[in-house]
Design a protein around this ligand. Structure first.
Ligand SMILES: [Zn+2]
Length: 59
């Protein structure tokens, strides 16, 4: 399962709106906590892919 150190999660922010992320372990995604943005970025082999074109819109 994808695991990210908590300190990395604290550093990363959404490149679109600069809100912090929540880690969705089951989906293997970093989900932007800004409800108006709500993009989910994939984590591939433990590396977050923070590219807007790779993200999917949630909600
Ligand atoms: Zn965002």
């Amino acid at each position: 399962m994808t695991a990210l150190p908590a300190d990395i999660l604290e550093i990363l922010v959404c490149p679109v709106c600069h809100a912090p992320f929540a880690l969705d372990v089951e989906a293997g995604e970093l989900v932007c906590t800004n409800g108006e943005c709500a993009l989910a970025y994939p984590v591939k082999e433990g590396i977050p892919v923070l590219i807007e074109s790779q993200a999917r819109k949630t909600s």
